[in-house]
Design a protein around this ligand. Structure first.
Ligand code: FES
Length: 128
């Protein structure tokens, strides 16, 4: 496994120097895609950009939330699935009209949106 000097790593991969606080995964597996998860994904990009939270080329390098797609996580019958980490919160049936609430309540206020909650994953503590 190659070892990169941190400065070189930051140059090659600016995300490694970013102030990322949370990652939002939007499932784009087959079933969620059939429930139009692409629209949910695009709404996250739009809403988080408006709020100045979105990290990346669609947002800014100062953003604190990175939004990525992911493959199926097993909520196929109840998608679109959206996962928020490091909180370990899995939401189901997330439609574009739900995104503002998740952004405001969860990503800004730090509270779970109970009516969309599918499950919580217990996060272990890593040690270096
Ligand atoms: S396709 Fe999204 S959870 Fe299975």
């Amino acid at each position: 496994m190659p070892t990169l000097d941190p400065e070189i790593l930051h140059q090659k991969c600016p995300v490694t120097a970013a102030n990322i606080q949370r990652q939002v995964f939007v499932c784009t597996g087959v079933s969620c895609s059939n429930n139009n998860s692409q629209a949910t994904l695009e709404k996250f990009w739009e809403v988080l950009k408006e709020k100045g939270l979105l990290y990346g080329k669609r947002g800014s390098l100062d953003g604190t939330v990175i939004v990525t797609t992911c493959g199926s996580v097993g909520l196929c019958a109840a998608g679109p699935a959206v996962l928020v980490y490091p909180d370990g919160v899995w939401y189901y049936g997330v439609m574009p009209e739900d995104v503002e609430e998740i952004a405001e309540k969860h990503l800004i206020q730090g509270k779970v949106v109970d009516h969309l909650l599918a499950m919580r994953v217990s996060i272990g503590r890593l040690q270096h």
